[in-house]
Structures are given as structure tokens and as C-alpha cells.
Design a protein around this ligand. Structure first.
Ligand code: FES
Length: 108
């Protein structure tokens, strides 16, 4: 288990979850009923409603996005930032203990 933190768009409300490794960040967030991760496609990389902004030092520890993720990041409802990722493509692993992401203002 690792600990992950999801910060609401207000910048103040934070949800902390104990998450199993081997699942995606999106799966952990949905399982934890985190508001702000819609994940309409269930992780099939066709919706971009699982958009998050990954904080450092974790953003630079993630494998770079595949072409398919980069393509879907063009369709995020909220502006895409330098550390924007789709949470269904972030595989939770031990090195991501403490992972902190900011949720965008909107997923639609
Ligand atoms: S859940 Fe649809 S792209 Fe991530």
C-alpha cells in the first residue's frame, strides 16, 4: 500500500487514500469516491475525464506519456499544464508513495 493525495481545485481540500500498488491512480481515486475524477471511459483512454496535474517530485518520476495519452491530453476540459497526465495511465508503484496530484476545475 502507498499513500496518495488528491487536492481539490480549491487548493485546500485534500483527500488522502491508502492505495494498492498495481492499480492505476484513476482506479484508486474512483474506488475512494474522490470527487473530480470522472473516468467516463473506465480507463480505455478515450475520455480525458481522469485528468490530473501531478506535483513534483513525482511528475518527473513517471514514465513519459505514450502517444495515445498525449493525443487524449489535447481534449481535457480544463487547460492542460506542463504536468498534466491522465490518471488511468499512472500505474501506482512503491516509488510513488506520497504521490500528490491537483484535480482540475472541470472534467467536462
Ligand atoms: S479514464 Fe478515460 S482517459 Fe482515463
Amino acid at each position: 500500500m502507498i499513500t496518495i493525495h488528491l487536492v481539490a481545485p480549491d487548493g485546500a481540500t485534500e483527500t488522502t487514500l491508502a492505495a494498492k500498488t498495481g492499480q492505476s491512480l484513476m482506479q484508486a481515486a474512483v474506488g475512494g469516491n474522490v470527487k473530480g475524477i470522472e473516468a467516463d471511459c473506465g480507463g480505455l483512454l478515450t475520455c480525458a475525464t481522469c485528468h490530473v496535474h501531478v506535483r513534483e517530485p513525482f511528475a518527473s518520476q513517471l514514465p513519459p506519456p505514450a502517444d495515445e495519452e498525449l493525443a487524449m491530453l489535447e481534449f481535457t476540459a480544463s487547460p492542460r499544464g506542463e504536468n498534466s497526465r491522465l490518471s488511468c495511465q499512472i500505474a501506482l508503484a512503491e516509488n510513488l508513495d506520497g504521490l500528490t496530484v491537483d484535480l482540475p476545475a472541470s472534467q467536462h
